[in-house]
Design a protein around this ligand. Structure first.
Ligand SMILES: [Zn+2]
Length: 485
């Protein structure tokens, strides 16, 4: 092996210094040239600048990529996959089974929003269409958690990230003596003291869950990673207690019932919506809230919730046992699911009080916009934010206290109360992140801190350095690192 090719290269092309657009390229040297693996290929979201970034060419040749690994089905991790295919990628795509199912729904659903964006920006059309999504599905293979598979000289394992159903961390192990590209003694010396023989382990965290939570299994512990690429969405924040979050939600529903107001909950279709439905199901079944209509006004959420029902095997024991005992965790008296646009339009004619759960989670599109336009000016309305609001998004403006916002070209005054619940986050908070990384403290040589706004990534990486003495780096967009083997 020459000096040149005994290094792995990791390129950070998205999901750094911000939470959207995740896209990393790993180049592993081999006898027949380097093997190129992408981890995630997400959409940039939240602002006009993001829209433009999605239109830019990839900083690598899509046809030169051997395979794409997908951590989970949120759009900021999968949203540019069909564009990658349109521009020449023809390798295999790998994820867990639910991620593939969700991805198809999410990608088809976002064509509408992307088409509107394209029109607004004077582009000929969206960055991909349905045929690109269909092609993606033909290239897409699934692997279960903890089922190792080989790509080139690398062994890949998906580990349960506990973030959303099917979410995975990606473990890459360079295979040892039997592999063609490396010599066993080199590996032995290079990994000496690392607790692993003949291989080096790289872990991409994807998004890490806020464990424990009521539906999913907790984030798997990884105790022997040599190198980590870890998210830091909430790297400077501690979430409130879940019981406090539950109490807040109960109080807000009681409040709108009393004032005959409207509680609007913009929610991501994956996980957050199901988490909220699960909690309202509890409140209704235990008679904790007065009976009022709860609208689930999102075709995507309705379809995603249906996918959940196919993967009972991935729920945690308690949730699975409840279902087996006959409880539908996502359905309860008072729930109205509005799949058709016509039914959605009727919601504003229905009498209040009511609760409306609708996408998009950051208020940057979707049916929630219609409800916001209608109910934000009213003082007995409550807007409840339960999701991360990216800088520049309408949700973020409202979270920051804006009193006048623009929705679909119209100025809308904000008379509604804007409330936040962080306890339903599906992301680990600072303590969760530190705890996760600490399990590999004995073996970690370097940590790349990604997927967070700069102050969040900085705070978390400082903690990693101060408390654990870990070499933590925040990559810049487009930056590459060579990792000696
Ligand atoms: Zn996510």
């Amino acid at each position: 092996m020459t000096e040149e090719n005994n290094k792995i290269k990791i390129h950070f092309y998205g999901g750094v210094e911000e939470v959207t657009g995740s896209n990393y390229l790993v180049e592993v040297p081999g006898e027949r040239g380097s093997f190129k693996l992408l981890v995630d290929c997400g959409l940039f979201q939240g602002t006009k600048v993001s829209e433009e970034k999605n239109n830019e060419d990839f900083p690598y040749e899509p046809a030169s990529i051997d395979a794409l690994l997908v951590t989970h089905a949120h759009l900021d991790h999968i949203g540019r996959i069909p564009k990658l295919i349109r521009e020449g990628f023809n390798g295999k795509i790998y994820s867990t089974p639910p991620t593939k199912d969700f991805a198809k729904l999410m990608l088809i659903d976002s064509i509408g929003v992307l088409s509107k964006e394209a029109k607004r920006n004077g582009k000929a059309g969206p960055i991909y269409d349905e045929s690109d999504v269909e092609k993606a599905m033909t290239l897409w293979e699934t692997r279960n958690y903890r089922q190792p598979f080989a790509l080139g000289d690398i062994e890949i394992v998906f580990r349960d990230a506990g973030h959303i159903l099917g979410s995975a961390m990606i473990e890459m192990k360079l295979m040892s003596s039997q592999s063609s590209g490396f010599e066993a003694d080199q590996f032995a010396s290079l990994t000496a003291g690392a607790g692993s023989k003949g291989h080096k382990k790289i872990l991409f965290s994807g998004d890490l869950g806020n464990s424990p939570e009521p539906l999913l299994n907790p984030t798997e512990e990884i105790s022997d990673a040599d190198l980590m690429v870890i998210e830091s969405t909430y790297g400077e924040r501690l979430h409130e207690d879940v019981s406090e979050a539950d109490n807040k939600l109960e109080r807000m529903i009681e409040d709108v019932a009393r004032t005959k107001g409207v509680l609007m909950i913009p929610a991501f279709s994956l996980e957050r919506t199901q988490r909220i439905l699960y909690q309202i199901n509890n409140l209704v079944e235990n008679g904790r809230i007065p009976r009022l209509p709860i609208y689930l006004d999102s075709p995507l959420s309705i379809k995603a919730t249906a996918v959940y029902k196919n993967y009972l095997n991935l729920y945690n024991d308690e949730a699975r046992n409840s279902v087996l005992a006959g409880d539908d965790l996502f359905n309860f008296p008072g729930l109205v699911q509005t799949l058709q646009t016509e039914d959605s339009k009727k919601i504003s004619d229905s009498v209040s009080p009511k609760v409306i759960i609708a996408g998009a989670g950051m208020c940057n599109g979707g049916r929630i916009l219609h409800h916001l336009k209608h109910y934000l000016p009213k003082e007995n309305s409550v807007l409840l934010l339960v999701s991360y609001q990216a800088a520049g998004s309408l949700g973020r403006q409202l979270q920051d206290g804006a009193k006048l916002v623009t929705i679909m070209g119209e100025k809308v005054a904000v008379g509604a109360k804007v409330e936040k619940i962080w306890g339903y986050s599906s992301h680990a908070d600072l303590n969760g992140l530190l705890q996760f990384a600490s399990k590999s403290a004995d073996t970690l040589k370097k940590v790349f801190v990604t997927h967070g706004e700069l102050k969040s990534s900085s705070f978390f990486s400082q903690r990693l350095r101060d408390y654990m003495g870990i070499n933590a780096v925040i990559p810049k967009i487009g930056e590459s690192f060579e990792i000696p083997l």
